[in-house]
Design a protein around this ligand. Structure first.
Ligand code: G6P
Length: 372
């Protein structure tokens, strides 16, 4: 096993570092020389896809958070109403499904029982089903009308990392493909967004190359009892996923919140010394959301929070209120999640390692949950 880890302290560490390749492999071969998307592999009649008027993404755990992230992009790019639901809730709640509903399942293993049963249920109700999956020939893609593989390579560590960023990339491809099918300005936009997406692997590499300070902070915070995460817009699911990583492998109480929700409850948790990660929306996020989150940082800092801010490089506005600024390359708002999650993965992995925990095999968890 030591050899398989390729000199890394854990599979998780190795898989975190593999992300530039994993995302690049997910994007590979899915555009023609003109930059148009080709997803013939879906094996679904494009006319059927064109008629889709509602999308429901079903998943569990980390895959659910990748779906939540993709919802922002897919709805924005296609104007098709998109919901994201935990697979185990979807199935038992009598969901509204029509012949033009597309149910997209997201699963690294392709074997999660709850997700599989949700797909079967959706099919019974007449939905079109597509599986986004990282494991060739797994049960969920076999049971679905079409499959889009993430090509991230085998993921061994229980806590998902490269599968997560690859799932976002794959779901974006699907969203852009649907906009291309819709034609007109949608198709033009899809092409330029595809260019931004193709730059993500290099940006992720830049983030990974600059993680020394994050590792230092993680070791310094090994005794933390609670860590909070705030995000807004497409960065909100990243707050949830950052918190999940810390719970899963470091056994630290961690919660992710939507920054706008702060004043409706979570701000009561802020006391002197409370560490809070803030995952900033990029400056191009509409409605001045960047400035609104800067005000949130100011509010919690005034109450003694220790603020660790993940933001795009050159963001001077956060500096007066940040105890630590962790920079990622400048990109467009929808690409930010795939960059901002990296420091949070590294943070959880390094902190758990510093605590002497088994990072790859956390207590009570399984890589794939094949029972209900
Ligand atoms: C388990 C794992 C998680 C994973 C979830 C969904 O709970 O511990 O890391 O996110 O299953 O797995 P899937 O294979 O369906 O993506």
């Amino acid at each position: 096993a030591q050899a398989e880890k390729g000199g890394h302290s854990s599979f998780m560490e190795k898989e975190i570092l593999e992300q530039p390749h994993a995302i690049a492999d997910t994007l590979l071969g899915r555009t023609d020389s003109d930059g148009a998307l080709i997803l013939d592999e879906l094996n679904i009649d494009p006319e059927r896809l064109k008629a889709i008027d509602k999308i429901i993404i079903v998943a569990c755990g980390t895959a659910y958070y990748s779906g939540l992230t993709a919802k922002y992009a897919i709805e924005h790019w296609t104007r098709i109403q998109t919901e994201v639901e935990l697979a185990h809730e979807f199935r038992y709640r009598d969901p509204v499904i029509g012949p033009n509903t597309l149910v997209v399942s997201m699963s690294q293993s392709g074997e999660t029982m709850d997700t599989l049963m949700a797909v079967k249920h959706a099919k019974e109700l007449g939905a079109l089903t597509i599986a986004i999956c990282n494991t060739y020939g797994a049960t969920i893609p076999r049971e679905s009308d079409g499959a889009l593989y993430t090509h991230a390579g085998p993921e061994i560590a229980v806590a998902s990392t490269k599968a997560f960023t690859s799932q976002i990339a794959a779901c974006y491809l699907l969203g852009l493909y649907l906009s291309q099918l819709r034609g007109g300005t949608y198709a033009d936009d899809a092409r330029s967004i595809m260019t931004e997406l193709s730059e993500v692997p290099a940006h992720v590499q830049t983030v990974l190359d600059g993680m020394d300070r994050v590792r230092e902070i993680a070791r310094f915070m090994a005794d933390s009892r609670s860590v909070l995460f705030l995000g807004r817009h497409v960065q909100f699911p990243i707050a949830l996923e950052g918190a999940l990583k810390l719970k899963e492998i470091a056994y630290i109480h961690a919660e992710g919140f939507a920054a706008g929700e702060l004043k409706h409850g979570p701000i009561a948790l802020i006391e002197p010394g409370q560490p809070v990660f803030i995952i900033m929306p990029s400056h191009d996020t509409p409605h001045d959301l960047h400035a609104k989150v800067v005000s949130n940082i100011q509010e919690i800092r005034a109450r003694g929070a220790r603020t660790l801010v993940i933001t795009e490089e050159g963001d001077e506005a956060v500096r007066p209120f940040a105890d630590e600024v962790i920079e990622v390359p400048k990109t467009s708002m929808m690409m930010m999640p795939m960059l901002s999650i990296i420091p949070l993965q590294v943070f959880a992995c390094e902190l758990a390692t510093a605590k002497g925990l088994d990072v790859d095999q956390p207590r009570n968890l399984a890589k794939s949950v094949t029972v209900e």
